[in-house]
Structure formats: structure tokens, C-alpha cells
Write a new protein. Structure first.
Length: 276
């Protein structure tokens, strides 16, 4: 397996850094783009393992950090809190669409793929739904523990957010309080229709597998059911006993039965719908 780092500038001043994994042998004809979620990054926890499993199955795999996810000089820690604070949902949406276009057009790969799929986790799942509904050429979609909406704040939190200009979220692993600027809230409210995950879900035309743990305390399992109701053609698979990260943590200490189940179902879905 070959692993190649890359960087792209979706707009002046922003950089997307990622990894391309290519299986040994002839250039693959299908690619998978992985989108991490809120407070996530391409090297967090299970993401490298997932990328390696996909590449081992014969796919070109693109994993990346959203341009303002807060990863600075240390690739394994959210340390650039100013950039983290300046992030918005619209910027993430643009990042994924930009990178998906680079993948579909063959700019990132040794050979232009005939088919491409999206795999998104958490908030990245919501973005994968938006992209699958809006970008022609996506051949399959898989969402893990995906949100069904981006509006996740109470009215009290929003009032405090506007008054203070930012709110703080805890990084459970490091104990660091990370700032989220009010620009994220203002952006969402200004582009609510374009960022409506449930509305986009109804327009997803490619084969879609929804995976969600029954014990997810971060994204309520009912959100998976809401996505499935929005698109009756989608297939919902519940992973029993799985939390938001499928019973894994960071640093990654190996695949759990829940993670292996999610991976097996994902590979099964991709083989069915990406391969000739």
C-alpha cells in the first residue's frame, strides 16, 4: 500500500491537508473520500485503520482534515484554536465539495476513477449527505453515526453565544476548552436551507447505507431513523452496543467487534455498488 500526503487550497488562506492511500498493483478504478466530524481529524482514533481497510480492499482512499478543524503543527492534536474558532459549517461544506471534485476529476489520483463513494462520520456524515445530494458522480454513500441536522444548540446557548461572541466546547481527551466563534452560528442561520441535512437526504439518489450505534450518546440513534425516513431507499443498520466511536478511543488500540461490524457492512455496501 502506498500512502501519499497532499495539500490543497480551497480558497486563499486555507489549506486542506490529507492522505491518499493507494493499494499495490494497477491503479484502482474506484475511490472513497472520508469526512471526519466535529473535533475530529484524519489521524484521530479509527480513521487511519478505516482508510487502510478500504485501501486493502482495492479502493483509492482520500482522508483529510477540514481546513479549519484546528490541526496546526502537531498532526495529532487540535492546537490552532484561532482557526478552530473561525470555522463554519459552510466552509466545511465547500472543503468537501472541493476535494470530491478533485477526486472525481482525477487530480488527486494516478488515474481518474470511474466511481467514487463518500464515507462520513458525525458532522462529516451530514456533509457527506449534502455532497451526495448535490454533486453528480457519487456512486455510493455510507454514513457512520451521522447527524440529521446541524442546529444542535439550545436557544439559551445561542443567546449566550451572541452576547459573548463565542462559546466553549470541551476536548474530553486533553481537557482543553476550545472556542467556537459566533460566526459559525451566524453562518448556519444565514444558510439554513443550503445546510438542511434532512432535506438533502431526501434527494440522495445513490445507494446509501446508514450505520449507527444503539448506544450513541453523542448523536442520538433517532437521528439515523430520521435520515432513513427522509430517504426510504436508504438502508439502516444498527450496530448493537456501539457508541459514537464504535467502542474505540484515541489513541487507537485496535478494532472492536462493533467497529469491525461497521467496517464489514461498509465494505459489503461498496462492493455491491462501486464495483462493475
Amino acid at each position: 500500500m502506498i500512502r501519499l500526503p497532499f495539500s490543497r487550497e480551497p480558497r486563499p488562506g486555507d489549506t486542506i491537508r490529507g492522505d491518499l492511500r493507494i493499494p499495490d498493483g494497477p491503479p484502482p478504478r474506484a475511490a472513497v473520500v472520508i469526512a471526519h466530524g466535529f473535533k475530529g481529524y484524519k489521524d484521530w482514533g479509527f480513521f487511519p485503520w478505516v482508510a487502510e481497510q478500504l485501501a486493502g480492499a482495492g479502493y483509492a482512499v482520500v482522508s483529510f482534515n477540514f481546513s479549519r478543524n484546528g490541526i496546526g503543527g502537531d498532526p495529532d492534536r487540535i492546537s490552532d484554536l484561532d482557526r478552530f474558532a473561525s470555522n463554519t459549517v459552510s466552509l466545511e461544506r465547500e472543503d468537501l465539495r472541493f476535494l470530491l471534485a478533485e477526486t472525481l476529476e482525477g487530480d488527486l489520483l494516478p488515474r481518474r476513477p470511474k466511481r467514487a463513494a463518500l464515507l462520513g462520520h458525525g458532522r462529516g456524515g451530514g456533509h457527506a449527505v449534502l455532497a451526495a445530494a448535490g454533486v453528480p458522480g457519487v456512486g455510493a454513500l455510507v454514513t457512520w453515526a451521522s447527524v440529521s441536522h446541524f442546529d444542535r444548540w439550545t436557544e439559551e446557548t445561542k443567546a449566550l453565544w451572541r452576547a459573548q461572541g463565542r462559546v466553549w466546547v470541551l476536548n474530553q481527551r486533553t481537557g482543553v476548552q476550545m472556542p467556537v466563534g459566533v460566526g459559525l452560528l451566524e453562518d448556519f442561520e444565514a444558510h439554513r436551507e443550503a445546510l438542511d441535512v434532512a432535506h438533502a437526504a431526501a434527494r440522495v439518489g445513490c445507494p446509501w447505507l446508514i450505520l449507527h450505534g444503539t448506544d450513541d450518546l453523542t448523536v442520538w440513534p433517532g437521528e439515523a431513523e430520521a435520515l432513513a425516513r427522509a430517504n426510504p431507499a436508504a438502508r439502516l443498520h444498527r450496530v448493537h452496543g456501539a457508541g459514537h466511536a464504535f467502542e474505540t478511543a484515541h489513541p487507537f488500540e485496535g478494532a472492536t467487534p462493533q467497529l469491525r461490524e461497521a467496517m464489514d457492512r461498509t465494505l459489503e455496501h461498496l462492493r455491491r455498488h462501486l464495483e462493475p
